[in-house]
Design a binder for this molecule. Structure first.
Ligand SMILES: [Zn+2]
Length: 691
């Protein structure tokens, strides 16, 4: 995990100013995989890291020293009161106690006294600027700045209509704020009593992690209390009960978290100061490997105790890295839902303009057909509900249809507005299409698939859209019947056929049609497709014919083609399990491209023939488990590249494919995925887009 993190840091640094624009296409679906690291703002203490450090044996003071650079331990009076604002959208609340309680106005006149189990309702009448207190015996109307409900002894109050609901220690002050036009319930209690109710960590965490949190949370609350410039002061409290400050659930959390309570008691009064003042001891869920400088997230001046530091202790967290796929259309809709992040015209891509000391995005340019819009990484992240501002994008084009025929059509639409020549091959077997890829490239032709006896309507529509001079049918009459030719002719389309008595002879005839300017041929098995598919875009681009052999012998038609083309060099794709050493011994100057499995073979081919990364800086990823989807994509991979063709499983990215992408991530600007989500799952898409 550490190695990967270091790599991604490097990568983001080098491609920071790269513009990512996706090709506008009416056909294929454009996605962005947004991948990032960490959860929360990333400033101050990484809570996941605190847990990791505590597990590694560090004390809570070690932990605090690491994340709050330059701050030193100090102490404060535990007994001072903290005022927590509880939020409601209603103008009334019902309060009861598990013991006696008293009700006062702002001059501390006692208005009423309640006992265990009794409840009162306090509501605010905006028109009369008065509070109505409904008790079991009477209704009292009071003009006052607020109403205070105060338990006698240490009974617990319960509160309705507020968030969080239920039970609280200390006093409850009900106060209408003309500032926010809301009725606030303000829970006033001692520092430790407040801290007991903070649900910011799991109670099962190691004691030193909980103590580090206790000291940070205490310091944070005290700083907020002393800081006159917070927005909460106008509403009469120090902190809100939400994650805007610290997540406070009151007495209901306290009873669930005895270990945290003990950590608070054991650090009573302990805080962190800088220049004798309590620091703004912010913290977050997970930093993703490195915390950030405060000014890079919130602006303002740099605080010496909130410098970004490497973490290395939060890799265990599920938030350490994350990803999600979103279609370009959906992304545009979401961005347009907020004026701050709106797209001018049609979304064309993103440019990261400024990052912090980590890849956390400070400023991002949203590129649209009608202009650009610069937004902060935090605003962008908030609108899309991203876990953190540490993110980047990888554009993905997915070409797919409901079946193999439609996928071939989708590739054709993506790659060709029109075509003088179309290659038509049967969709029920692979070899003819595979051998046909160099021929397709030579003629700048898409490959379309057909059943052996009938061209389906969608494919015929696509043929007509491309408006070809001719269709080249690959395969003998046994593979594709003569009815196909008549069907084309009835649409006014001429065709010619390249076919032999079997796949080997058809491949040989195609090879003669392609020629071999480099006197090189690719030798592939006639029994399976993945190995040859991986090299087909390279073969097509370089006009190297693909000939087929049996595992243990070279068919005569293949031998004849090798001789007729004066082949001096052969590239065998696949291991000895698919093409034997005996076959190899009978070939001229053979190079064998074989790996541990099809995924590894594809990686080895990509490494040998596609590095340094050429062309469109794109990679094709197709299924290694089922052939027809991918076959038709090879001519397009050659046309826009040549691009390497890697293989994946449907629900997991095999290690060779993963390793290749990690190695070349700096060069890869776009992934093309061929096939639907059944063939290549969204999980795999996300993973591929994150590497
Ligand atoms: Zn961390």
């Amino acid at each position: 995990m550490q190695a990967k993190k270091a790599l991604s840091l490097f990568v983001v640094a080098t491609i920071l100013l790269t513009i990512l624009i996706y090709p506008i296409s009416a056909n294929a679906t454009e996605y962005f995989v947004i991948h990032g690291q960490g959860c929360g703002h990333g400033v101050g203490m990484c809570l996941s890291g605190a847990k990791g450090m505590a597990e590694a044996g560090y004390t809570y003071r070690n932990i605090l020293r690491k994340y709050y650079t330059s701050a030193i331990p100090s102490s404060t009076q535990e007994t001072q009161l903290i005022r927590v604002g509880l939020y409601s959208t209603t103008l009334a609340t019902t309060i009861s106690g598990n013991g006696d309680f008293e009700v006062f106005d702002d001059l501390e006149n006692k208005l009423w006294a309640g006992t265990d189990g009794q409840s009162i309702t306090i509501s605010y009448d905006i028109e009369n600027s008065s509070y109505l207190i409904t008790t079991p015996t009477e209704t009292i109307e009071v003009i006052s700045s607020h109403i205070t409900v105060s338990p006698t002894a240490s009974s617990i109050l319960s509160l309705e209509n507020f968030s969080p609901p239920n039970h609280f220690r200390g006093n409850m002050e009900v106060r209408f704020s003309s500032n926010s036009n809301l009725l606030w319930a303000i829970n006033e209690l001692s520092l430790n009593e407040y801290l007991y109710g903070l649900a910011e960590a799991s109670d099962s965490w190691p004691k030193n992690a909980l103590k580090a949190l206790a000291v940070a949370a205490r310091t944070y609350a005290l700083e907020k209390k002393l800081n006159a410039s917070t927005p909460y002061k106008a509403d009469g409290f120090d902190l809100s009960a939400t994650t805007d400050c610290q997540y406070y659930l009151g007495y209901d959390y306290e009873v669930q978290a005895p270990n945290f309570k003990q950590a608070i008691d054991e650090t009573t009064g302990e805080i962190l100061v800088y220049n004798s003042n309590p620091i703004s001891a912010v913290y977050h869920s997970c930093c993703g490997g490195h915390t950030e400088n405060n000014e890079n997230i919130w602006g303002g001046s740099a605080l010496p105790y909130l410098r970004g530091v490497p973490c290395g202790y939060c890799t265990w967290s599920s938030n350490y890295n994350w990803n999600l796929s979103i279609s370009a259309d959906e992304l545009q809709t979401k961005l347009n839902s907020n004026p701050t992040t709106s797209v001018l015209g049609n979304l064309e891509g993103f440019e990261i303009l400024q990052a912090g000391i980590t890849p956390r995005v400070k400023t991002l340019r949203i590129l649209g057909s009608g202009g650009s819009n610069d937004v902060s990484g935090t605003d962008f992240g908030n609108v899309l509900k991203l876990k953190s501002a540490w993110f980047n994008f990888r554009p993905i084009t997915r070409m797919s249809g409901e079946n193999r025929y439609q996928t071939a059509i989708d590739v054709s639409k993506q790659g060709w507005n029109s075509a003088e020549t179309i290659i038509l091959t049967k969709g029920t077997d692979f070899p003819d299409a595979l051998s046909g890829t160099p021929l397709a490239y030579k003629n700048n032709a898409p490959i379309l698939l057909t059943d052996p006896t009938t061209i389906n309507q969608e494919t015929m529509d696509e043929i007509n859209r491309l408006n070809p001079d001719k269709v080249i049918i690959l395969g003998g009459k046994g593979a594709i019947s003569e009815t196909i030719e008549s069907q084309l002719l009835s649409e006014g389309i001429n065709s010619e056929r390249i076919g032999g008595k079997d796949r080997y002879e058809t491949a040989a005839k195609i090879a003669l049609e392609v020629g071999s300017p480099g006197k090189t041929a690719i030798i592939a098995t006639g029994s399976n497709y993945p190995d040859a598919l991986s090299i087909s875009s390279y073969a097509a681009y370089n006009q190297i014919p693909i000939l087929l052999v049996n595992k243990d012998y070279i068919p005569d038609s293949t031998t004849d083609a090798l001789n007729d083309l004066n082949i001096e060099q052969t590239i065998i794709v696949g291991g000895t399990g698919v093409i034997s050493s005996e076959v190899q011994a009978n070939l001229r100057n053979p190079i064998r491209m074989g790996g541990a499995d099809r995924y590894d073979t594809a990686k080895k081919i990509a490494e040998r023939y596609f590095a340094p990364f050429p062309g469109a800086s794109s990679i094709f990823v197709v299924t290694g488990e089922n052939f027809p989807d991918a076959l038709a994509s090879a001519p397009y991979a050659a046309k826009i590249g040549p691009c390497p063709i890697l293989l994946t499983r449907s629900d997991i990215v095999p290690a060779p494919t993963r390793n290749y992408l990690i190695g070349y991530t700096d060069y890869v600007k776009r992934l093309y995925i061929v096939g639907g989500f059944g063939a290549i799952s969204e999980k795999v898409q996300n993973e591929l887009g994150s590497l």
